[in-house]
Ligand binder design. Structure first.
Ligand SMILES: Nc1ncnc2c1ncn2[C@@H]1O[C@H](COP(=O)(O)OP(=O)(O)OP(=O)(O)O)[C@@H](O)[C@H]1O
Ligand SMILES: [Mg+2]
Length: 507
């Protein structure tokens, strides 16, 4: 790509400015840069999703025009987006062939050929997934594999992955990287957008650093280290150290008492007799390997899922199974991991997203007071340094800005307990630090904070108390003082358990 410039009309923003990028055959080329640096935009241009305002694209030395993704596919270019595009009620095979389905006599969808052809691609590239499985029953890691297979089915040889690891567990990341390395060995080329410098070091051959819509540097990975990359990304090395005030914790704000969550047709509970208190002015960090109950705890404590036994209290009032809306009325604020679907409405504007959790306060005589909404939105945007016109759809914002909008909105309501799930997924260093500061502010102001995160540095850096879940059970509940990452790891892997069940009730 040579001299690519892309200006978004709606905002007049120069998302890419005179960007040149060259990717060699059979390399893994990482693209890094802060939120909003223009990484996704550049790849959308390459994939035919956004027309460039200037610049040219060359493929093996020949200039090409890429008007749409179909044309990109035909040229051998495939992209897997940050947010998946699969249809949950369709099977793996149906999703993969979508748009280029095999047909019997050119008319009817030929399901059996689809399954067979997809099966062949899966086998050829050594994936392990059944083409007949419904996508809704897959894990996030498997869905991503389906997206990759979908591109391989279209016979692409350049695969673009936009922040593929931000939604994966540690084990899924290992698996993904094995898959990528295998694909590159088999002759494919890969562009990998990521925020995680250790991933760049681990898997890429070269790395392009973007900053504010421009290319800051291109390096062979073997010639750089994390420090230098981070300096190139943000302009200075940012150290992760939190200034955390010592403070005594207050009264119990929320209590889970003996909470059990069951799944139909499954013997082992998703949450197993979980008892836990959240105190005012305290951050409780919850750690665990994916699939051990973290997501379920998030659902229960935010009222999204009903428990089968046990109870939840807020200020000593029983609020068991009252549902998400009533939970909010009881002082809950919630910053979900799933920002785009759970956290916001992609089509609605920033302004609408800001008022959605408490629209009533903007009503005057039954109609929305637009002036009041505008003042409110502008004020929040300023406080949280959100870039973007409040009238553009939320879906157009970069990941970091979306997270800021959600946080701003959640904190604007009166709350005394707040649940964060993976608050810095997909955020860059500066964006993460902003969120960390806010989390500490909320704690210092006396709210109870639950921080559910797969990032152990984050948990160890922020939490006052550490809770570890393993197979839906609490195996640790410790004061965060001198606890090492290794120790947490042992709890997470089930090697250590501070609350072993008595033989009698351990069936
Ligand atoms: N469709 C759009 N319309 C208007 N502005 C957009 C659109 N998409 C992105 N932008 C803006 O362009 C800039 C570059 O965004 P882009 O998504 O390319 O950044 P990024 O480097 O991928 O960031 P992140 O790491 O947060 O995903 C941002 O300021 C973003 O808000
Ligand atoms: Mg992006």
């Amino acid at each position: 790509m040579r001299g690519i410039t892309k200006i978004y009309r709606e905002t007049g923003l120069h998302a890419n400015e005179d960007v040149s990028l060259s990717v060699e055959e059979r390399e893994i080329h990482a693209i890094i840069g802060e939120n909003g640096a223009g990484k996704t935009t550049l790849m959308k241009v390459l994939y035919g999703l956004e027309p460039p305002d200037d610049g040219n694209i060359f493929l093996r030395g020949k200039e090409v025009i890429i008007p749409n993704p179909l044309a990109a596919n035909k040229l051998g270019i495939g992209m897997v987006h940050q947010h998946f595009t699969l249809i949950p009620s369709f099977t793996v095979a149906e999703n993969i062939v979508l748009g280029i389905e095999p047909r019997t006599k050119g008319v009817f969808f030929d399901r059996e050929s689809a399954v067979k052809e997809v099966g062949r691609v899966i086998e050829e590239h050594n994936f392990h997934i059944n083409p007949r499985t419904r996508v809704s029953s897959l894990t996030v890691g498997q869905m991503q594999q389906v997206e990759i297979i979908k591109m391989l089915y279209r016979d692409v040889d350049l695969l673009i992955l936009d922040e593929p690891t931000s939604v994966l567990t540690e084990q899924e990341i290992v698996k993904l990287f094995e898959n990528l390395q295998r694909l590159v060995k088999a002759g494919k080329t890969c562009v990998l957008i990521t925020h995680k410098l250790d991933e760049v070091m681990q898997i890429s051959h070269r790395v392009t650093v973007m900053r504010k819509g421009r290319v800051e540097a291109v390096r062979y990975t073997r010639d750089v280290d994390c420090r230098e990359l981070s300096r190139l990304m943000v302009g200075k090395s940012v150290l992760f150290d939190f200034e955390k005030k010592e403070q005594d914790t207050g009264k119990t704000v929320v209590e889970l008492r003996d909470v059990t969550l069951l799944k139909k047709g499954q013997e082992r509970p998703l949450l197993d007799h979980l008892s836990l208190e959240l105190h005012a002015g305290e951050i409780v960090g919850v750690a665990g390997v994916g699939g051990n109950g973290l997501g379920e705890l998030e659902d229960v404590i935010t009222g999204l899922r009903h428990i089968q036994s046990g109870a939840v209290y807020h200020d000593q009032k029983d609020i068991t199974n009252i549902g998400p809306i009533a939970m909010r009325e009881n002082g809950l604020a919630y910053v979900p991991a799933d920002r785009l679907f759970r956290g916001s409405s992609v089509q609605s504007t920033i302004r609408e997203n800001m008022i959605v959790t408490n629209p009533r306060r903007f009503l005057r005589a039954g109609v929305f007071d637009q002036k009041k909404i505008q003042v409110f939105a502008e004020d929040l945007a300023k406080q949280f340094s959100i870039d973007g016109n409040p009238d553009i759809p939320m879906g157009m914002l970069s990941g970091g800005n979306i997270q800021k909008v959600i946080l701003a909105r959640e904190l604007a309501n009166k709350t005394d307990f707040i649940v964060f799930s993976e608050p810095t997924w997909g955020l860059d260093v500066a964006g993460s630090e902003f969120i960390y500061k806010k989390i500490l502010e909320i704690r210092d102001a006396g709210s109870a904070v639950m921080l559910i995160s797969s990032n152990l540095d984050e948990i160890l850096g922020l939490a006052d108390r550490l809770v570890v879940l393993y197979r839906g059970k609490m195996v640790a509940n410790l004061r965060n003082r001198g606890v090492s990452k290794e120790t947490i790891g042992e709890y997470m892997l089930g090697l250590k358990d501070d609350f072993p069940k008595k033989k009698a009730d351990a069936s």
